[in-house]
Ligand binder design. Sequence first.
Ligand code: CA
Ligand code: CA
Length: 212
Amino acid sequence: MDISTTGVITWTPLPSQTCANDVLIAVSDSYGATAEQYFTIYVNEIATLRGGLRFISTPLQSVRAGALYQYQPVVVSEDHETTITFSLLTAPDGMTIDAKTGLVTWQTDAPDALGTSEDYGEHWVILQARQVCEDCEGKTYSATQDYKIKVEYYSIVGDINRDGSITDTDIGLLADILLGRRQVNKNIRRLCDMNFDGIIDVADIVTLMAIK
Ligand SMILES: [Ca+2]
Ligand SMILES: [Ca+2]
């Protein structure tokens, strides 16, 4: 398994690697902040049934609130002649699937200034792939893949509006919070405490301005 500097993971499982494979990836930035993500990839055996249509890819099951979620399912079938059509049987609001390619796309709701996203939490997804063989009396093959996507809380200390970068907007928000002009929950207060001393004061603004 390889990971690129942009975070793209590439892996071709060996026949001996069917079943569960645990993966732990880590990311760090130039300020020394780090984060880890742990997940399990289930490798299926290749379909052997004649006409057997099945999914052989593993969906990405977590996404940062505000990010674009994309998943390209891969299916195999013994019937190479008949077109495969994809659809969503169950999906969160706004998720779409390309009927021809199967590409799943979902723009998740970005957190607002109070740190709330409509999409936080887990969402069921059920994908379906179908083949309707016109030359064989309309015989139909279908397969489904179901999984949950978790839309996650995302935090970088100092990124108070949680748009993924630290800008003047965050400094303005921190000033408003410090002056009591804006009420926020404890998750956001944690993002304001730049020097991790448990209180929000001018020192945090100074630190935020220094790293912007
Ligand atoms: Ca920000
Ligand atoms: Ca502080």
